[in-house]
Design a protein around this ligand. Structure first.
Ligand code: PEP
Ligand code: MN
Length: 353
């Protein structure tokens, strides 16, 4: 249920209403919009009569039920207002959200060694990325495949952060590793394979770092939003949704089907920022640029792109990784569409491409 306050409602009245609602066993989350304040009510609201709440104050404009099963994640909960996730990186605050420039996250699938992660960080930073990605703990289909360097890779990510000023995003697979990952990461990633690992979702929800929630490879949009709801219900409202391709019948030419239609669909359902990962979405470096451009045209808030200094030698996901040179060129290509949709702020020091 949400309580929409009239424009200009006095702060003391909003506080009084929140207190009165909490005496009814409800938690009122205050959402400050451009023109109005909305109180999102969490708790046992099913038996409440909206008219009864309306009577609490003459400053209440409207009381509405949230019809979706996902409550905090729903667009209704914020009365149609996009949320933003603000992340402080050494190079400054980065805002993810519909009313902000597109955020670019780039880097290798896995952190392999110090030289490669520092080199990649510096190259993607120079090209205009704001975040470095790199797996320390890798979810691999085969137990015999490279599993990531674990804790020592976290130290290398911290070194790359200092060397480049980029924010760091890396995946958590196990609740036991969450604390040490969150100590280094500016954003914690929950991978496709763990989208419905509910104990992990509750744990990342109970810590303060923003969460990058990838869509499960066979997850419906509702299941994905309910996974976000788990994180938000545990206290962490800073969730970014990332589409990374879904499993389909034809894997001959592409690893997954990148579902770009989720962008408008999610826009109609949720206020959360949206990211697109064309690297895992296609599995082939040569298809990544087209899908990255399309994602911007379709309205994505962020892109996650795998970049490796030597894709042929990569320990994981080489075939879908761009070289730093190709990433440079891609950024200048993206700038054209990004500017056309008025959502580009990265430097365009790439005139030579
Ligand atoms: C990754 O980002 O490297 C990764 C494993 O992604 P996904 O969970 O989407 O497969
Ligand atoms: Mn990967």
């Amino acid at each position: 249920m949400i309580v929409v306050m009239k424009a200009g409602s006095p702060e003391v009245e909003i506080t009084r209403i929140s207190e009165e609602l909490s005496s009814k066993g409800l938690t009122a989350e205050k959402i400050v919009g451009k023109h109005k304040v909305v109180l999102g009510l969490v708790g046992e609201t099913a038996s409440l009569d909206p008219l009864q709440i309306q009577e609490v104050s003459p400053w209440i404009e409207q009381v509405l039920r949230v019809e979706q099963p996902f409550k905090r994640a729903s667009l209704e909960f914020r009365h149609g207002q996009a949320s933003e996730v603000i992340v402080n990186t050494p190079n400054g605050a980065v805002h993810f959200g519909q009313n902000h420039p597109i955020v670019t996250i780039a880097g290798p699938c896995s952190v392999e060694n110090e030289a490669m992660i520092i080199e990649t960080a510096q190259r993607v930073q120079a090209a205009g990325a704001q975040f470095l990605r790199g797996g320390a703990y890798k979810p691999r289909t085969s137990p015999y495949a490279f599993q990531g360097h674990g804790e020592s890779a976290l130290e290398l990510l911290a070194a790359a952060r200092s060397a480049s000023g980029l924010g760091i995003i890396t995946e958590v697979m196990d609740t036991a590793e969450l604390d040490k990952i969150a100590a280094v990461a500016d954003i914690v990633q929950v991978g496709a394979r763990n989208m419905q690992n509910f104990s992990l979702l509750k744990k990342v929800g109970a810590q303060p770092k923003p969460v990058f929630l990838k869509r499960g490879m066979s997850a419906t949009i509702e299941e994905w939003l309910m996974a976000a709801e788990y994180i938000m219900a545990a206290g962490n409202q800073n969730v970014i949704l990332c589409e990374r391709g879904i499993r389909t019948f034809d894997r001959q030419y592409a690893r997954n089907t990148l579902d770009l239609s989720v962008i408008p669909v999610l826009r109609s359902l949720t206020h959360l920022p949206i990211a697109i990962d064309p690297s895992h979405g296609t599995g082939r470096a040569e298809y990544v640029p087209a899908m990255a451009l399309a994602a911007i045209a379709a309205g994505t808030d962020a892109l996650m792109i795998e970049v490796h200094p030597n894709p042929a030698k990569a320990l994981s996901d080489g075939p879908q990784s761009l070289t730093p040179d190709r990433f440079d060129r891609l950024m200048s290509e993206l700038a054209v569409i990004g500017k056309a949709v008025n959502r580009w702020s990265q430097p365009t020091a790439l005139a030579n491409y």
